[in-house]
Design a protein around this ligand. Structure first.
Ligand code: NAD
Length: 368
């Protein structure tokens, strides 16, 4: 036990809840990293972890990442995450997710859940039967639905900011962009880029997904591993994590990396610097892909898609700030982004000295 609290202390986690319900088979962990700015929001992942230790490591890492993403996006949210230990293909039941919902409800709004890898909008609708502290509900039920178009718009705004900083131009016309993964986010990123007159070079393991962007945007297809050697101006990862590593960075011909995938740097202490040394401007992943979080955060206040899109466009200015900070401090853009996020958490924390009647985390003032 002391090892767990020691580990929480090392990274600043506030609370970890272990959930065990023998009747429904639920085994889950909810991690709350930091609630200085607001309630901890983060998705619920369902995964067949090899061990409980792996599940704990994952949930602690993901919860912390959410604090930084929310802070940098200017949202009044903290960071949290949940994992359900189990097979997402075979172990899902209504009572499993309703049981999870009861544990979330028990936290009285300190943690708000959402869908994530291995969980779906339908699962969250079961969760909602037991708690109001859930986002990512379908549009039909008044929720925000699929976040990927908003994520993609944020990525597109981020690409424009990165191009402005690195190449000194506003227009993307004629640039060549290598997009890795043309699924939910990648497809919409391709759409925005094509409308702007970009030449698209794409790769994916899914031939149907590839065919769609070839047919609709005249994209050129390249092999899965060839994307790293492609003669492009911009590399836009929109599939897996850890694609920026010892093997790939030396091969890149682009001068900027800006894409929607999570955890792009294999080792954040090493590979951000490696990109900087090569003169490649890197858009920190948790900043450029914050549109998805902006979208669900909007749901808490009463969903307004137009407002979500407008907020996602703000990623342009946010990245410009990060690039200026990085330049001024002589650090990597990843380090600068972490500092900007940490500073906001610290500064907003100071506001708590001024008393205000309590605000219900799902939007309304309680006047308690
Ligand atoms: P998705 O599953 O819809 O798309 C991923 C695509 O990548 C798929 O088409 C898949 O076939 C392809 N792919 C898988 N392995 C590949 C490989 N080795 N090489 C090339 N392509 C490969 O997922 P998504 O929702 O589009 O998310 C993409 C990335 O963006 C993920 O890292 C996700 O965590 C991140 N992200 C998504 C959102 C969102 O709103 N959906 C928000 C923030 C971050």
């Amino acid at each position: 036990m002391s090892i767990i609290i020691e580990e929480m202390d090392r990274r600043g986690h506030e609370q970890v809840v272990f959930c065990n319900d023998q009747d429904t088979g639920l085994k889950a962990i909810i991690a709350i990293h930091n609630t200085t700015i607001g309630p901890a929001l983060g998705g619920c992942r369902m995964w067949n972890y090899e061990s409980e230790a792996d599940a704990l490591t994952d949930v602690l890492r993901l919860a912390r990442g959410m604090s930084y993403k929310a802070s940098i996006a200017g949202l009044n949210l903290g960071g949290g995450k949940a994992v359900i230990i189990g097979n997402a293909k075979t172990d899902k039941t209504e009572i499993l997710f309703r049981s999870f919902g009861r544990f979330v409800e028990g936290l009285s709004g300190r943690y708000i859940t959402a869908e994530d890898v291995g969980t779906s909008v339908k699962d969250m609708e079961w969760v909602r039967m037991e708690t109001k502290y859930v986002t990512g509900i379908s549009r039909a039920l008044g929720g925000s639905g699929d976040p990927s178009p908003v994520t993609a718009l944020g990525v597109f705004a981020g690409i424009k900011a990165t191009v402005k900083k690195q190449l000194g131009r506003d227009s993307l016309v004629g640039l060549k962009v290598g997009v890795q993964g043309v699924g939910h986010v990648g497809y919409y990123v391709c759409k925005y880029l094509a409308e702007e007159g970009v030449k698209l070079i794409v790769t994916d393991i899914d031939s149907d997904a590839l065919k769609r962007v070839v047919d609709e945007f005249s994209a050129e297809v390249i092999g899965l591993d060839d994307i790293y050697d492609a003669d492009v101006d911009i590399y836009t990862p929109c599939a897996l994590g850890a694609t920026l590593n010892d093997n790939t960075i030396p091969r890149l011909k682009c001068s900027l990396v800006a894409g929607g995938a999570n955890n792009q740097l294999k080792d954040e202490d090493v590979h951000g610097q490696m990109l900087k040394d090569r003169g490649i401007l890197y858009a920190p992943d948790f900043a450029i892909n914050a549109g998805g979080l902006i979208n669900v955060a909007n749901e808490i206040e009463g969903y307004n898609r137009e407002r979500a899109f407008r907020q996602a466009e703000g990623i342009y200015d946010m990245l410009m700030t990060i690039y200026s900070e990085a330049e001024a401090a002589g650090v990597t853009t990843h380090e600068a982004a972490l500092k900007v996020a940490e500073l906001r958490m610290k500064e907003v924390g100071k506001l708590k000295n001024v008393y205000l009647p309590k605000k219900n985390v799902m939007g309304k003032r309680d006047n308690i």
